[in-house]
Design a binder for this molecule. Structure first.
Ligand SMILES: Nc1ncnc2c1ncn2[C@@H]1O[C@H](COP(=O)(O)OP(=O)(O)OP(=O)(O)O)[C@@H](O)[C@H]1O
Length: 749
């Protein structure tokens, strides 16, 4: 494309920008004088050192105010300062603007001359949503209109301009096609050059409202969520520190997987947790969690024990459980209603009624123990206020008695005795009052029994009848007994299950509060369909904001026994302010693979709309019979051939760990290039990963081999269908089924 008429001009512009960035970076460490010298040095040999832009930059340079973060992002952007250009003429008559969009912004504060415009700025919508011709766009509440005369993509690699492409009405998303046809790298990347309109709308949706995104597999949910954080940080850079934002991901494997996209987007400082890590940080305690193996147990056998465990999981995550906890909390609160008014010595300083009103109503916004602290302070203050009066009254009383005795005409011996007695009594009473001043508040609070979080939680399961009574008829005493027995078993081993964490977090916030550093201004949850109502409710209560971005896919809800079956309740009861959006287009998978995955999706009993793949073709999924000996070598050969075709990342995905282990045994005998996913979840880049379907969720590979050795997917089982769907939507380019019969993958059923 070197023959584009503007190529040379664009090359010069890039050269200029790079040199300018260099100077800015260098000078940021030195001084303004040095800046001028650096400029002369950098531009001494260039033709345009005479140009107006150059001299303007030289004289009005004011970039010293650049923050460290801005400089950092400029440094990162120097190899690819921008990716697109838009020429725009505003209708208000101002001169035309030539805008270059990149990952960082660089501009002249005084002249407002923009050298690079940040992709997150409002005007960047011209690139993402604007078509050539007349257009309107909104920025900071105002609507601007004008004319886009040029939209150009600039391909820059390692600081070298490689290609220019002008986009007009007829050019569709060539660049998107190219970007999608690339090989994956086991890591998520940014998509700022090719963000699609529907995705852009989510990334830039009102930052003051929560958002729920139901997006098909591969629709870019994870990617969009990360870009939205980046957008949030950019817009609120003066208000919030990125450390006040939080991403919750399903596992450490996943956090590693997204982590590489983070620095690229400038959001690496955002806190990243799994749900259980966050809860333990927020409650300030490590709890022993039993292995979260219900899914695999469910897949292995269908017996009463697992069915009961699954029922308990569902219950602990349900709105009904929140009701139970709220009733329980009421009960805990009533344990702090005093029996009697507060007295200091004989003086009634505070009525029990007022105490209860403050506890239950006036301090509604505080956790229980913070309310108690407030009340303690109030009583202490009352004591302090009355201290002088109480002491004076005693002194006055005895002094008056003594005075009376002195004036009375009585036997001097008796008088003396009386006065001494009065003085002693006075001393005694003063002592008593002083003691009461010191101890009465503490003594008053002694009537209340304080416990720690885990004690409170365990006590919930003490008495089945009481537990049932909290449930508003949802739980029979027999049900409650089953639940109590189940949890006692856990507690006797000093342990908890993942499903307890939502309730623990909720109780923590309502009773003790969560520290400031574990609150957040904005929370992004990926794979949100796997969260229960209770977990989401607890999170919202704990972080104390409803500013959540929830992205997920119910069709991949393999934990739906404890997670969500629909978004309705979460939307209406936890995040009523949220906007709900659906993404139906898949960017990951080819048309051929998606067609087959869609057929699997239709096997689910409830209606899931078909996923539309972005038009990108590849080979049809292929079935390989592995009945005969030697399939292992055949697979190894196939991988070698595919590597030759340029594919880089491979995964063998079985239904459960059992088949994974078997596959690993068989394959590793022939070749060292396989890696069975380990506890730490490492994914070596140069090996073929062997991973069970439920752990592959969220990840992607160039080529996937769905394998069935001893385990088949069963079409009557909703969970199996979802697991197979997850498996089939992992590949970007190729999908193979390896099994003894097609039916094992629900093909031809
Ligand atoms: N606009 C885009 N331009 C280029 N690539 C894109 C775009 N949108 C998504 N992708 C790519 O599509 C793939 C899927 O994206 P991502 O993993 O974010 O999807 P997801 O909805 O979270 O998928 P899943 O539900 O399977 O976890 C990634 O490789 C991502 O880079």
């Amino acid at each position: 494309m070197g023959n584009h008429p503007d190529f040379e001009k664009e090359r010069q512009r890039l050269d200029f920008t790079k040199r300018y960035i260099d100077v800015v970076i260098k000078t940021s460490e030195t001084s303004k004088d040095q800046f001028q010298r650096n400029m002369q040095e950098a531009f001494g040999d260039a033709d345009w050192s005479e140009s107006a832009l150059y001299s303007q930059l030289l004289t009005t340079a004011n970039f010293f105010e650049m923050s460290k973060t801005e400089l950092e992002s400029l440094r990162k952007a120097s190899k690819k300062p921008y990716f697109a250009r838009v020429d725009f003429e505003r209708n208000d008559g101002e001169r035309g603007e030539v805008l270059y969009f990149g990952k960082a912004s660089l501009y002249q504060r005084e002249s407002q001359e923009q050298i690079i415009v940040d992709w997150r700025s409002p005007i960047a919508n011209l690139y993402y949503e604007g078509r050539i011709g007349e257009i309107e766009y909104e920025a900071e509440g105002e609507t601007f209109s004008g004319n886009i005369t040029l939209k150009r993509q600039l391909m820059i690699e390692e600081g070298v301009l490689e290609e220019i492409r002008d986009i007009d009405l007829t050019t569709t998303d060539e660049l998107l096609q190219e970007s999608l046809s690339k090989s994956s790298s086991n890591r998520l990347t940014d998509i700022i050059t090719t963000i699609q309109e529907e995705q852009n709308k989510i990334i830039r949706a009102d930052l003051n409202k929560p958002i729920i995104v139901q997006g098909a597999a591969g629709s870019g949910k994870t990617t969009i969520a990360l870009h939205r954080i980046s957008y949030f940080i950019y817009h609120y850079k003066d208000l919030f520190d990125p450390r006040q934002l939080m991403i919750l991901a399903p596992s450490r494997v996943f956090i590693d997987y997204i982590s590489e996209a983070l620095p690229e987007l400038g959001v690496e400082k955002v806190k990243q947790f799994t749900f259980s890590e966050y809860v333990q940080a927020a409650i300030g305690k490590q709890v022993k969690l039993i292995a979260d193996d219900k899914l695999t147990r469910l897949l292995e056998k269908d017996d009463e024990e697992i069915n009961s465990a699954v029922w308990i999981s569902g219950l602990k995550g349900s709105p009904a459980f929140k009701y139970i906890l709220d009733e329980y909390i009421k009960d805990i609160f009533s344990g702090f209603h005093p029996d009697a008014d507060f007295y200091c010595d004989k003086y009634r300083l505070y009525s029990a009624k007022k105490f209860i009103r403050l506890l239950e109503e006036d301090y509604w916004y505080l956790p229980l123990y913070n309310r108690l602290d407030k009340l303690k302070a109030i009583l202490q203050n009352e004591v302090k206020l009355k201290k002088k009066t109480m002491l004076e009254r005693v002194v006055d009383l005895y002094d008056a008695k003594i005075e009376k005795a002195l004036y009375k005409n009585i036997d001097p011996v008796i008088r003396k005795e009386f006065v001494i007695k009065c003085l002693d009594k006075k001393e005694e009473r003063i002592g008593q009052i002083q003691k009461a001043i010191r101890t009465s508040v503490k003594a008053y609070f002694k009537q209340f029994k304080s416990k720690d979080l885990l004690e409170y939680y365990q006590e919930l399961y003490q008495d089945p009848e009481r537990l049932a009574s909290y449930s508003n008829g949802k739980l029979t005493v027999e049900d409650a007994r089953v639940l109590c027995v189940y949890n006692h078993k856990l507690f006797s081993a000093n342990s908890y299950e993942l499903e307890d964490l939502g309730a623990l977090l909720y109780l923590q916030e309502r009773l003790f509060g969560v520290d400031k550093e574990n609150k957040a201004k904005n929370v992004v949850i990926d794979e949100a369909q796997d969260y229960s109502f209770m977990q989401l409710q607890a999170l919202k209560t704990a972080v104390d904001t409803d500013m959540f971005t929830l992205v997920g896919d119910l069709a991949q809800g393999i934990h739906s026994y404890r997670g969500l079956q629909t978004w309705d309740e979460v939307h209406s009861r936890i995040f009523p302010r949220a906007t709900y959006t659906e993404l139906q287009k898949s960017y990951r998978t080819t048309v051929e693979i998606m067609k087959q995955a869609n057929e699997i999706l239709q096997l689910l009993t409830y209606d899931f709309p078909e996923v539309e793949p972005v038009v990108r073709h590849g080979k049809d999924p292929e079935f390989i019979y592995i009945e005969k000996e030697g399939w292992e070598e055949e697979l190894i050969e196939l991988i070698a051939t595919l590597k030759g075709e340029g594919f880089k990342t491979f995964a063998v995905i079985a239904k459960t760990m059992k088949d994974c282990k078997l596959a690993n045994e068989k394959l590793s005998e022939f070749h060292q290039g396989f890696h069975l996913i380990d506890e730490a979840g490492n994914i070596p880049k140069d090996k073929t990963l062997i991973v069970p379907s439920y752990q592959a969720k969220g990840l992607e590979f160039d080529v996937v081999f769905a394998i069935s050795l001893e385990e088949a997917y069963c079409h009557e089982n909703e969970l199996d269908i979802k697991l197979l769907y997850v498996t089939m939507t992992r590949p970007l380019h190729r999908l193979y089924f390896l099994g003894k019969e097609k039916n094992a993958f629900l093909i031809e059923t």
